[in-house]
Design a protein around this ligand. Structure first.
Ligand code: S3P
Length: 167
């Protein structure tokens, strides 16, 4: 049976666009964990961080990842938040999935962050150099937890075709 695909990567690296494209091409269900977290709490991500704190956010995120990867459920495309690789319990769950790290360069990420409207509580108050340091530290964990690393959408599409053909 095909494994679910989880797209990982730093904030603003284009995961949502990538996951939506793969889901549209495959017909698999698309799950965006951040949206599910917001729906389950009735709060925005920024409000959850402010009112409940990061630790509680991580627990909710982990529970929803576990649900999404439930044994015997049909394969899905999961758009995970950038911090999904931080908890050991999540890294273990991810072993059941096909994890694709979208390795977008820091200049593209900084550009998107500057032009995007989304509020990302973890980046509040950080300057470009501090974001780069966080990206660099996280990047190693993304690489370690990934089955595949792709640089852009073209590489992702090509990889997905191979995964589907392999069954
Ligand atoms: C986070 C990434 C965010 C969101 C939360 C924490 C992170 O998702 O889950 O703000 O720790 O990297 P995106 O990667 O979709 O921005």
């Amino acid at each position: 049976m095909l494994q679910s695909i989880v797209i990982t990567g730093f904030m603003a690296s284009g995961k949502s666009t990538a996951a939506a494209k793969i889901a549209a091409d495959s017909g698999w269900r698309l799950i965006c964990l951040d949206r599910q977290i917001e729906e389950s709490c009735g709060l925005s991500i920024a409000q959850i961080f402010a009112e409940k704190g990061e630790a509680e956010f991580r627990q909710i995120e982990s529970r929803l990842l576990q649900d999404a990867l439930a044994v015997n459920s049909p394969p899905k495309v999961i758009d995970a938040g950038g911090g999904i690789v931080l908890l050991e319990q999540n890294r273990r769950l991810l072993e059941q999935a096909c994890v694709i790290f979208l390795d977008t360069g820091i200049s593209d990420i900084l550009h998107r962050l500057k032009n995007g409207a989304q509020i990302r509580p973890l980046l509040a108050g950080l300057d470009g150099e501090e974001v780069r340091q966080l990206w660099q530290a996280r990047r190693q964990v993304y690489v370690k937890t990934a089955d595949f690393v792709v640089k852009d959408m073209a590489e992702l599409n090509e990889l997905f075709d191979r995964i589907i053909q392999r069954g």
